[in-house]
Write a protein that binds this ligand. Structure first.
Ligand SMILES: Cc1cc2nc3c(=O)[nH]c(=O)nc-3n(C[C@H](O)[C@H](O)[C@H](O)COP(=O)(O)OP(=O)(O)OC[C@H]3O[C@@H](n4cnc5c(N)ncnc54)[C@H](O)[C@@H]3O)c2cc1C
Length: 497
């Protein structure tokens, strides 16, 4: 590999956002080196076929990060992260939402200059020009009866975001797919660029350990073949765990932590690795009287939004309906399971607990310390929403349209009814919706936790931008993949400007 300035830009991480930045800059004529830790997704059915997505969990294409023991949550959660071109957009269940207006306006109000809903909408439109989004196309009798039950409970059926505003309701969700094939950022943006190999060089199977920083400027990366520099910005797109750890290994982060590991401090940025956000997700399961119909796009294609108390401006609770007994954390805790049934997974739309990502070692082969501190927000908001969610799930399932399907509640079981017991259960068996974010937060320079500014430039360091879920200033209420893609589009625009 040449160490001359052969490339205009180096992009680290060919995932959800990174693939888009790379493609857009190459399309604009820039010479791009894209480094991806995993292999290509091309001609790989287990990645491309959406229905197979759960088989990728804990596979060779998953970083499969362990988390720290949790004081109030489930420390057995394993955080999936796609290690393949397309990143988590090559691994996920393709539930497709644009962020609601109120979440984007909250980003701007918190100091992310230029990220109001009005300013951001055109970039969602660009994503949707490339990424095909369609209804699941898997209508079936159980799904229809479930929606009828949710309506009987009191939720309107139909669009869940109307004129940018998230509302209570139930619906089949759109998916970024075409037929049974996922529309990841790699499929939608990189695959069509094969003919432009001279502008876009993709190095797969390379986990970049560190950035090169020279006189306050990020100039390139340490690659397997030696140092590689570029003429323009380096773009970091390794996701909410690997972007902060790569910064820290490069001497960029909380000074005391870095010194404690024997690392030279290049730039003291206290917010790196702080402000770890997620959607925590509980589960309640039922056995059905018979197998569910086989028609499904991803096993999880119906969603609900609800408000857990009167007077809220926006839903604080989301459910995914799973056409399976999701017993990943209930079975190991001794709860019964069954061959056929379904699950409702209440999750907290704007969870308030915040965690942290730190290095355990300066050695890149050692996985990071990841502590979500689930259910530790001082007001008990996350725990209360989730516990209320279990009760709402039971109310919905009690409705007449579902009666012929229900055999019995498996977990936590009908005898678990008081708030304390429900909370103990739901926290102990909680999973994640796999939406970590916020560890390189976007915000104004005066914000002590901000890592990047409104144009995704790292505060106090030249030559480096970050584009991935780590820059979220706060959690959004919906599944985040399209929002991360939008960040990729915006980053390319900023670089080209
Ligand atoms: C199992 C699962 C299901 C999900 N379901 C949905 C869903 O249905 N809908 C939805 O909206 N969201 C979903 N999500 C969340 C969504 O997919 C993610 O929030 C989003 O894709 C994250 O994008 P990113 O660009 O931040 O990171 P990623 O897409 O993870 O990209 C990071 C990339 O960087 C690479 N990388 C990391 N470190 C290095 C390094 N040092 N050197 C080189 N390369 C590196 C990785 O291999 C990866 O390709 C799901 C996520 C998972 C894991």
């Amino acid at each position: 590999m040449s160490t001359a300035q052969q490339f205009d830009h180096i992009i680290i991480g060919g995932g959800t956002a990174g693939a888009i930045v790379a493609a857009r800059l190459a399309q604009a004529g820039r010479r791009i080196a894209l480094f991806e830790a995993g292999p290509s997704d091309e001609e790989t059915p287990r990645v491309l076929e959406l229905r197979a997505w759960q088989a990728l969990l804990e596979s060779d294409l998953d970083f499969d990060y362990r988390i720290a023991p949790q004081a109030r949550g489930n420390g057995r959660i394993r955080h999936a992260r796609g290690k393949v071109l397309g990143g988590c957009s090559s691994h996920n269940s393709c539930i497709a939402f644009d962020a609601p207006d109120e979440d984007l306006d909250a980003w701007a109000a918190a100091g992310a200059a230029g990220w109001t809903a009005d300013e951001v909408r055109p970039f969602f439109a660009r994503v949707r020009e490339e990424v095909h989004v369609e209804p699941p196309g898997s209508d079936n009798a159980f799904g229809r009866d479930f929606i009828a039950a949710a309506q009987a409970y009191g939720l309107p059926a139909g669009a869940l975001i109307v004129d940018g505003v998230l509302r209570r309701g139930v619906n089949w969700t759109d998916l970024n797919k075409r037929g049974n094939l996922r529309q990841s950022s790699s499929v939608a943006y990189l695959h069509p660029l094969r003919q432009w190999d001279d502008r876009l060089t993709i190095y797969t199977g390379q986990y970049i350990p560190r950035l090169l920083v020279e006189q306050g400027r990020v100039t390139g990366v340490e690659s397997a073949d030696g140092p590689l520099r570029c003429a323009g910005d380096v773009i970091l797109s390794c996701g909410a765990f690997d972007s902060p750890t790569l910064l820290m290994r490069s001497g960029i982060g909380p000074a005391e932590h870095l010194r404690g590991l024997g690392l030279d401090v290049v730039r003291d940025i206290p917010g790196v690795g702080e402000h770890l956000l997620d959607h925590p997700e509980g589960v309640i399961t039922w056995e059905t009287t018979r197998p569910l119909p086989p028609e499904t796009a991803n096993y999880w294609e119906i969603v609900l939004f609800e408000m857990t108390r009167a007077g809220l401006a926006s839903p604080d609770l989301m459910f995914h309906l799973g056409y399976q007994v999701f017993d990943m954390h209930t079975a190991p805790s001794g709860y019964p399971t069954a061959a056929h049934g379904f699950s409702l997974t209440p999750n907290v739309t704007r969870a308030r607990s915040q965690g942290v990502v730190r290095l355990r070692s300066a050695d890149p082969v050692v996985p990071p310390f990841i502590d979500f501190r689930y259910f530790t927000d001082p007001d008990g908001h996350d725990e209360r929403v989730m516990t209320t969610g279990l009760k709402i799930a039971r109310e919905i399932v009690r409705q007449a349209p579902l009666e012929p399907w229900i055999k019995w509640e498996l977990a936590p079981g009908p005898d678990v009814t008081d708030d304390e017991a429900l909370s103990d259960y739901v926290r102990a068996t909680a999973n994640t919706v796999y939406h970590p974010a916020g560890t390189c937060k976007m915000g104004a320079a005066a914000d002590p936790l901000a890592v990047v500014d409104g144009e995704l430039r790292v505060h106090g360091l030249a030559g480096l931008r970050i584009a991935d879920a780590s820059v979220f200033p706060s959690m959004i209420a919906v599944n985040p993949c399209l929002t991360v893609m939008m960040i990729g589009e915006r980053c390319a625009e900023f670089v080209l400007k």
